[in-house]
Design a protein around this ligand. Structure first.
Ligand SMILES: [Zn+2]
Length: 231
């Protein structure tokens, strides 16, 4: 295989993986949705081999689960995995805000303020998809501007998995993030106060985890016994 063909294949696999990741992050594809290869081939105008490789890649990132003889589906993170994702987000997002200087904020001022506008418009609307997209975009933008591509890559993966976790475990329909907290993080970063920015980010992530029903989800396994013994 020539280098050109390899590159073309890699780009195509990446395109497919990105479309699927985005659809999952925006909750267009819910946890547990079957990802039937032939349907993806049709829907994405892609070839079967590329679709398979993209699904394998997403499986390595824990975004997709491939079961022998049953094919691929959108992952359904357990409550334990959900807690682990939030522990990882606290560590990664702390490192991200700690590396953002006022200079970085100045360089990206336009992008940040236009994002904050979109975020306010979205949260004022009833458009759940737009709300999910914009609130998660805030975190991704900080990852992108922090200048550390490793942190940014890890965060992208954690954000897609967070979206699955929210879809599975969030108790009610309230938006996952509060614009005010985002605003406060931005203000602290612009003032060069990374300690405060990191503190607000930690509280923010605690709040996000706090509205999830992770205890009940674990209890589900124990409840089964209880439910059966009552019969
Ligand atoms: Zn947020």
């Amino acid at each position: 295989m020539s280098t050109n063909t390899t590159t073309a294949k890699q780009l195509e696999v990446q395109r497919i993986a990105e479309i699927l990741s985005k659809a999952i992050a925006q909750q267009r594809l819910r946890p547990g949705t079957r990802l039937v290869e032939s349907q993806l081939v049709d829907a994405l105008g892609a070839n079967r081999n590329h679709v398979q490789v993209a699904l394998q890649r997403l499986a390595m990132q824990r975004i997709v689960t491939i079961e022998p003889n049953r094919g691929a589906m959108v992952s359904q993170p357990t409550a334990k995995e959900a807690r682990e994702v939030f522990i990882a987000r606290r560590a990664i997002e702390r490192a991200i805000v700690e590396s953002i200087t006022p200079d970085v904020m100045r360089t990206h001022r336009q992008r940040i303020s236009s994002h904050m506008r979109n975020e306010r418009v979205a949260t004022a609307s009833e458009d759940r998809r737009a709300i999910v997209r914009e609130l998660s975009e805030f975190h991704l933008i900080l990852g992108e501007i922090c200048g550390n591509s490793v942190l940014s890559e890890i965060l992208s993966n954690l954000m897609v998995r967070s979206s699955l976790i929210v879809a599975l475990y969030q108790r009610n329909e309230v938006p996952s993030c509060q614009c005010d907290e985002h605003e406060a993080i931005i203000n602290a970063l612009e003032a060069g106060d990374t300690v405060q920015a990191a503190e607000i980010m930690q509280e923010h992530l605690d709040d996000l985890e706090g509205v999830l029903d992770l205890d009940d989800a674990d209890a589900g396994e124990i409840n089964l016994r209880q439910v059966l013994s009552d019969l």
